[in-house]
Design a protein around this ligand. Structure first.
Ligand code: PLP
Length: 393
């Protein structure tokens, strides 16, 4: 069987790709969390077929479209979603925000676990909510785990909503069942609710199975799980997804909140639905081959970073590497200029611990590299990064 193509270099500049906008020639953007690969050809074919039928009127999801979501989740995660538990959504952030509005009032506290990608941190502070940061704890190997004592402090102070990110962006951690049990115990003890952003969950690497916090005892009724095919199949611009909860009251309130904000569940944008159903139905082998490429990319990057005064953990999922550069003692300008000298643009660490990303000039302890790209792009960039760090440190 022919392999899918993860080696061709695409020129996205003419297509107003966010990541490539205003990036000078010679700089490789490793910033925004999308990939430099073409989506599965099966998605392309399905979109072509739908475009060819030149009536683009309002469209409803049919049984087959729902079943495509249910079958994919069963295949990938072994989870059975009862059809009535599933809501069709316009994407993850939109749904996280609607869920947060639905569960809280202005003045309520909302917990997020940092480091975390900026828009998710921002969600916790929207419309007068008070964001509380539950800083993750560093483990001896330099990785991250939950700080349960700190989480309990936030619940004790009155917070009743936790916005989780599982697996985590930017650290690439896939939370183990044991780690999640610690969180779940506190959530139950303080009668809280979890909204779990699981957008990266399909891209877990071998040996790191994804566990839904909703699957833990007593959690199904107090969790809303939110996911999407957009990272898995690289169509972030398509904006579609799903939310699942066993709790009928939460589900109906979320449906109503999505409606209030302009989205009627089950009536997604036509081409988004076409892409989602095709990807879930026919994209499995593509995803498996993508994962091989991503793991190889992660290994290649670690190889290039070996022996340098920076520390990166091997991601357990997705295409993001969180690099600890504290030893370099750089401020924002220094980090940017080091990366620019290496021909790379990357997100500085403070993007992941503050919602106020503009104007921060202080010390930088991390940067994040999005590495979903052909080796022909990645390898020269990592080689330049290695040489530049070697030259200065
Ligand atoms: C953790 C996380 N949540 C949500 C999103 C965005 O999801 P959507 O485009 O479906 O709103 C991203 C994109 O980078 C992400 O990394």
């Amino acid at each position: 069987m022919e392999k899918y193509d993860f080696e061709s270099v695409m020129d996205r500049r003419p297509y107003t790709a966010c990541k490539w906008l205003d990036v000078p020639e010679g700089i490789l953007p490793m910033t925004i969390a999308d990939m430099e690969f073409a989506s599965p050809p099966e998605v392309l074919e399905a979109l072509h077929r739908r475009v060819d039928f030149a009536n683009y009127g309002y469209t409803l999801m049919n049984d087959g479209d729902y079943q495509a979501v249910i079958d994919f989740v069963k295949w990938r995660h072994g989870i059975t979603i009862p059809r009535e538990h599933l809501l069709a959504t316009p994407g993850v952030l939109y749904t996280m925000r609607c869920a947060m509005y639905m569960l809280t009032q202005p003045g309520d506290k909302v917990v997020v676990q940092t480091p975390l990608h900026t828009p998710s941190i921002k969600t916790a502070g929207m419309q007068g909510r008070i964001p509380l940061k539950n800083w993750m704890r560093r483990t001896e190997d330099g990785n991250y785990t939950f700080d349960l004592e700190d989480l309990e402090k936030h619940f004790r102070s009155g917070a009743r909503v936790l916005l989780m990110c599982s697996p985590n962006n930017p650290t690439g951690r896939v939370w183990t069942k044991t780690e999640l049990e610690g969180v779940a115990d506190l959530v139950k003890r303080y009668d809280a609710t979890v909204v779990s952003d699981e957008i990266h969950r399909d891209l877990v690497y071998a040996g790191h199975p994804h566990c839904e916090i909703a699957s833990l005892p007593g959690m199904a009724d107090r969790t809303i799980t939110v996911f999407s095919p957009s990272k898995t199949f690289n169509f972030g611009g398509i904006h579609i997804g799903s939310a699942v909860t066993a709790n009928e009251t939460l589900r109906e309130k979320l449906r109503a909140k999505l409606y209030e904000f302009g989205h009627e569940c089950g009536r997604p944008p036509l081409f988004s639905l076409t892409a989602q159903t095709a990807a879930y139905r026919h994209g499995r082998r593509w995803m498996e081959e993508l994962l091989v490429q991503l793991e190889a990319n992660a290994d290649l990057m670690l190889h290039y970073l070996e022996g340098l005064p920076v520390r990166a953990c091997r991601p357990e999922a997705s295409f993001l590497m969180w690099v600890d550069c504290s030893e370099l003692k750089l401020d924002t300008a220094g980090l940017r200029s080091l990366l620019a000298e290496a021909g790379i643009a990357a997100d500085p660490g403070h993007y992941y611990d503050t919602a106020d990303i503009q104007g921060y000039t202080g010390e930088q302890h991390h940067f994040r590299l999005a590495f979903g790209m052909p080796r022909a792009m990645l390898e020269p960039a990592m080689d330049r990064l290695r040489k530049t760090i070697r030259k200065h440190f």
